[in-house]
Ligand binder design. Structure first.
Ligand code: SF4
Length: 319
C-alpha cells in the first residue's frame, strides 16, 4: 500500500435480507483514497453509493470484505477502536433538517458532539468552541439561539458541517450534502467544503447523483451501477475519456448551457437489473448496446486499462 493511501476498501459487500432473498446493495467494491483527496462517487438513485459510504464508516455492518483506515482494519470495529474511529471519520447528511433534532438550538446542536466526545469541559469552554466552529463554517453568532426550522437549508447544512468538524476528523463521508439546496447555496457550501479540506487536509468521499457537482469537487471519480463499481479514474480523465458504456451514457445526459450546441445524448434503454438475487453476469447487460453472450454469464473483472484508470467491462476493445 502506498504511503499516502488513507483508506483502502477491499471487495466490500453489503447485502440486506428482504422477503424475496438478498438485496446486493454493494457487491464487491474495491478502491483506495489518498489522504487529503476527494473521491466522488456517482450513479443513479439506488446504485448503492450511500450504502457504500455507510458501510465504510461501519454504520451498516459489512457483509464481507475489508475496510482499512491508515492501515488498521476497521471493518467490524468494536470498543475503543470504534470510539476512536468515530472521531477520525465523520458523515455529513443530505438532509440536515431530518438529521438535526428540531428541539435543539444551534448552540445545543453543535455543543452535543463536543460534550459526548469529551472534547470540551464546562459551559464556558463549550460555548467558546461552539462560537469558534460557527465562525469556521460561516454561521453568524446571531443564530446561536435559533432552531433548525428558523434557518434556510444552507445554514442548516452549515450546522451539520460544524457538528462533523467538532471532533476534528481526518475523513468525512459527504452523502449528497448539497442535493437538497438551491443552486446558489450549493456553490457556497461546496466552496466552504473545499476551503476546509485545504486548511485541514481532510479526505472526502463525496456521494452525489449530480455530475456537475462531482466534477467541481473531486480528484478522482468512481461510477457505480447496481451495487458494483464500473469505472474509476481521475476527474479529468473521466470527463475527457470515459470508457464504460454506462459512464458514457451518464455524461451524455449533462445539459450544455448553450442553445447553439447540441449534445449527442446516448439513450440507455432496457430494464434496470434488479439488485435482489441478481443473475450472474454484467449488471448493465440489459441496457448495454455492446452486450455479448459472455456479458450475461460472467461478471466483468475490474481492469486497469491505463495507469489509474479502472474499468469493469468485457468488450472495451470492441467499442
Ligand atoms: Fe456492456 Fe458487456 Fe461491457 Fe457489461 S461487460 S458494459 S454488458 S459490453
Amino acid at each position: 500500500m502506498a504511503n499516502n493511501v488513507q483508506l483502502e476498501v477491499k471487495n466490500l459487500k453489503k447485502y440486506f435480507q428482504v422477503p424475496a432473498g438478498y438485496l446486493h446493495a454493494v457487491d464487491g467494491v474495491s478502491f483506495t483514497i489518498d489522504a487529503g483527496k476527494t473521491l466522488g462517487v456517482v450513479g443513479e438513485s439506488g446504485c448503492g453509493k450511500s450504502t457504500l459510504g455507510r458501510a465504510v464508516l461501519g454504520l451498516n455492518e459489512a457483509t464481507d470484505g475489508q475496510v482499512l483506515f491508515e492501515g488498521k482494519d476497521i471493518t467490524h470495529a468494536r470498543g475503543n477502536l470504534k470510539k476512536d474511529m468515530k472521531k477520525e471519520m465523520q458523515i455529513i447528511f443530505q438532509d440536515p433538517y431530518s438529521s438535526l433534532d428540531s428541539r435543539m438550538s444551534v448552540q445545543q446542536l453543535i455543543a452535543e458532539p463536543l460534550k459526548i466526545n469529551k472534547i470540551t469541559h464546562g459551559k464556558e469552554e463549550t460555548e467558546k468552541k461552539v462560537k469558534e466552529l460557527m465562525d469556521i463554517v460561516g454561521l453568524a453568532s446571531r443564530f446561536r439561539l435559533s432552531y433548525p426550522h428558523e434557518l434556510d437549508g444552507g445554514r442548516r447544512q452549515r450546522i451539520g458541517i460544524a457538528r462533523a468538524l467538532s471532533v476534528e476528523p481526518k475523513f468525512i463521508v459527504c452523502d449528497e450534502p448539497v442535493s437538497a439546496l438551491d443552486v446558489s447555496i450549493q456553490a457556497q457550501i461546496l466552496n466552504l467544503m473545499m476551503d476546509l479540506q485545504e486548511e485541514r487536509g481532510l479526505t472526502y468521499i463525496f456521494i452525489t447523483h449530480n455530475l456537475s457537482v462531482v466534477k467541481h469537487i473531486s480528484d478522482e471519480i468512481m461510477v457505480m451501477y447496481s451495487g458494483a463499481m464500473v469505472e474509476k479514474c481521475s476527474c479529468d480523465e473521466l470527463f475527457e475519456n470515459p470508457l464504460h458504456p454506462y459512464t458514457k451514457g451518464l455524461l451524455s445526459a449533462i445539459p450544455i448551457p448553450s442553445i447553439h450546441v447540441e449534445r449527442n445524448r446516448i439513450h440507455m434503454e432496457g430494464e434496470v437489473t434488479s439488485p435482489i438475487n441478481p443473475k450472474p453476469g454484467c449488471r448493465f447487460a440489459s441496457r448495454c448496446p455492446y452486450a455479448t453472450e459472455r456479458c450475461y454469464s460472467e461478471m466483468p473483472e475490474t481492469r486497469e486499462i491505463k495507469s489509474g484508470h479502472f474499468v469493469a467491462c468485457h468488450n472495451l476493445e470492441a467499442m
